[in-house]
Design a protein around this ligand. Structure first.
Ligand SMILES: [Fe+2]
Ligand SMILES: [Fe+2]
Length: 324
């Protein structure tokens, strides 16, 4: 695939004071240095693959249990299992690349040595995540990649062309990473391939720090924001949430297994009906609950769960606690 060039302009802040100003942030930087892991050394790549070829539990395939699923033979089920996993990992892989690029911009834009040092570690973390997912796709799934979904492209174009650090942080460290954490947790639990489970667990070790950056850096800017700026931050929160929570359908994976347009329509109908009944299966129910709870909790802690934000979250199917 050809690289994508995204034009933009932003300020670089050159710091001269390198003393500790924000102790919590410096602490996060210390943890990041201490807890680096290495995909080349720390993952047991030689572990045998599951004998039936499944990398994830079938329950994670959204048509699992449907009449369409019941009609599939064993080899198509395994093929779908592998291709849908590759599709999901591709989405996450592009997310890691996007996160690395966004954090490299944050190194420039943020003021304060503590913040810059921490962002430099996140650049490295995201490079390692990008690397480990690519290694997994190459070594376990035959190098299968799927294209970047439109929603994800739109989200990262917005993040990468936005000059203000706090808008990038809201979209990346607050919204997109909350989604990614729940996704990696679900995949770590539901993996049939122990290497996939290990990859997801390793990535998760780093993610809490990344979300920690948002939770440490955003309160100050939110406190000082004017009404118009606050509205804008809320708007970006909702926009990022809408992009993250809607429109991820692994169309190409179904096509590659040989589903006809009529069968794909049936898949879409089944997904819609299941969503309307809130019938998601055990893993997906866990994923939704986990992600929604984490999102609501973080937004509430930051004071972003306002009367303007709540109805938009509710429209996305996010369960909200009663307003205080
Ligand atoms: Fe990451
Ligand atoms: Fe991250």
């Amino acid at each position: 695939m050809k690289p994508r060039v995204i034009s933009g302009a932003m300020d670089t802040v050159f710091e001269f004071d390198y003393s500790v100003q924000a102790e919590d942030m410096r602490g996060l930087y210390e943890k990041a240095k201490r807890d680096q892991w290495n995909a080349a050394r720390d993952i047991a790549w030689q572990t045998p693959e599951p004998s039936d070829g499944r990398v994830l539990a079938d329950e994670l395939i959204d048509i699992h249990g449907s009449p369409i699923w019941e009609r599939l033979g064993e080899s198509d089920r395994v093929e779908l299992n592998r291709r849908i996993t590759a599709w999901r990992l591709s989405v996450l892989l592009y997310g890691e690349q996007g996160a690395m690029l966004a954090c490299s911009q944050l190194v420039d834009i943020v003021a304060g040595a503590d913040q810059k040092f921490f962002q430099a570690t996140q650049v490295m973390d995201e490079a390692r995540h990008n690397e480990v997912l690519e290694r997994y796709l190459q070594s376990r799934l035959g190098g299968l990649h799927y294209p970047m979904p439109e929603n994800e492209r739109f989200l990262f174009d917005t993040i990468l062309t936005e000059p203000r650090w706090y808008i990038k942080t809201i979209a990346l460290q607050l919204v997109a990473e909350t989604f990614a954490v729940s996704m990696f947790k679900m995949m770590a639990e539901a993996a049939r391939d122990p290497v996939l489970s290990e990859v997801c667990r390793r990535i998760l070790l780093d993610e809490s720090r990344h979300m920690g950056f948002g939770m440490l850096a955003l309160p100050g800017i939110l406190r000082e924001a004017s009404e118009a700026e606050r509205r804008e931050m809320e708007e970006f929160t909702c926009l990022a949430l809408e992009k993250v929570l809607t429109g991820f359908f692994p169309l190409e994976a179904y096509q590659d297994v040989g589903f006809s347009p009529a069968q794909i329509d049936e898949v879409r109908r089944y997904r819609r009906d299941a969503a309307a009944r809130s019938d998601y299966g055990a893993y997906r129910t866990f994923f939704r609950r986990d992600m929604h709870a984490a999102m609501v909790n973080n937004l509430a802690r930051l004071g972003l769960l306002t009367e303007r934000v709540r109805p938009r979250l509710a429209a996305l199917g996010v369960e909200l606690p009663a307003a205080a």
